[in-house]
Design a protein around this ligand. Structure first.
Ligand code: SF4
Ligand code: SF4
Ligand code: SF4
Length: 355
């Protein structure tokens, strides 16, 4: 049977045009070739429909480069094994995405969606406890995995903390005490730990069908070493004990003290980032029931990705009860989440100089 390669390529071009943002070779060069992530497979060179690329050896390394006229068809970027192009690979599967803000006593600068939803689940006895990263009584902004069983305890559990907390350890403690249904708020890495236990055939969370975890992930670019954070702030003349709020927004690390706000590009804090975060490629927490964060929504709102029936039910319940305002977000807002998630994935390519 003969095949018609040109027709297949035309169909491929049409599909990319219809379904993806088509990136030109320059982006591939910047993200993959220059960073040293290129595996020298030659796919981009051979797959370019207008033969605009050439692969040449520089010493013993094969390097693709632009030698003709690029028509920005997107093929090379889309087919490179090192890029993240499909939405599901970048932010995972979801059924709907919203911007949400609390209307009740959970009003917070970040929209308060997580607190309102979990508080409602506690109120309705749909979960027996929630485990969140709270703050130590002794050391300011030192995270402590905190178990709460009422809405008020949840509300008083503190603001966003950017250092690791052992929320999964505390979740285990809940199950050891024979609790059945727990809500957990954590970063993608925390949620992955739960997912491992829920899917591993040898894990009690998988074996015991009476256990249930409602998983809420918080968007996370990176977390910091606690002492490193104190040192960084000290160097900037800031006492961590005086800080009212930390936030990471639009690539900036923001510290609020009273009415004053100071910010730095997040990359300025790379030296104090947890080494574990260098290996992390998931911004949103793809294995959660709900993924929440402030990227994509205006100040005062939370972006919420709904990933499961449980997540959908919990969000719809607080909307129905009038506890939150919620609107499905538009394509532009979703794209902001995707772009940030992609840049987090690409960070791993900057670990080593190319050779
Ligand atoms: S497709 Fe990607 S990995 Fe393969 S040669 Fe081109 S840039 Fe390198
Ligand atoms: S024409 Fe298409 S495949 Fe060729 S270099 Fe440009 S974007 Fe890449
Ligand atoms: S960047 Fe990844 S590993 Fe680091 S705290 Fe966030 S989710 Fe966890």
């Amino acid at each position: 049977m003969t095949r018609d390669h040109n027709t297949a390529v035309e169909k491929s071009q049409a599909w990319l045009k219809e379904n993806t943002k088509r990136y030109a070779f320059k982006k591939l060069e910047r993200e993959v070739v220059i960073t040293g992530a290129c595996v020298e497979c030659g796919s981009c060179v051979a797959g370019c429909p207008v033969d605009a690329l050439t692969g040449e050896y520089v010493d013993t390394k094969y390097v693709p480069s632009l030698t003709g006229k690029c028509i920005a068809c997107g093929t090379c970027y889309a087919m490179c094994p090192r890029t993240s192009i499909m939405q599901d690979d970048i932010i995972g599967e979801f059924t709907s995405v919203w911007k949400v803000r609390s209307l009740g006593d959970h009003k917070r600068q970040d929209g308060g969606a997580v607190t309102t939803i979990l508080g409602h689940l506690l109120d309705k006895n749909e979960i027996e406890a929630a485990v969140v990263a709270g703050q130590s009584d002794k050391l300011p902004w030192m995270p402590v995995a905190t178990r709460v069983t009422t809405k008020d305890e949840l509300l008083n559990s503190g603001g966003t903390v950017y250092t690791h907390a052992q929320v999964i350890q505390e979740m285990h403690n809940c199950f050891k005490e024979n609790l059945s249904s727990i809500g957990v708020v954590g970063t993608a890495c925390n949620i992955d730990a739960i997912q491992r236990m829920q899917t591993h055939p040898g894990s009690y969370l998988n074996i015991d069908s009476k256990t249930d975890v409602f998983k809420v992930s918080l968007f996370c670019m990176e977390s910091f070493d606690y002492n490193g954070l104190i040192g960084f702030l000290k160097g900037e003349g800031i006492d961590i004990g005086k800080v009212d709020r930390f936030a990471i927004t639009k690539g900036n690390f923001i510290v609020t003290i009273g009415e004053e706000e100071k910010s730095w590009p997040v990359k300025d804090l790379d030296a104090i980032a947890s080494s574990s975060c260098s290996y992390c490629t998931d911004l949103t927490g793809m294995n959660s029931d709900l993924s929440c964060g402030n990227i994509g929504s205006d100040d005062g709102w939370t972006t919420v990705l709904v990933r499961s029936k449980k997540g959908d039910k919990a969000l719809k319940a607080v909307i129905k009860e009038g506890l939150v305002e919620a609107e499905e977000i538009d394509e532009k807002a979703l794209q902001a989440v995707i772009n940030t998630a992609r840049s987090k994935k690409n960070k791993r390519f900057k670990l080593k100089p190319p050779h």
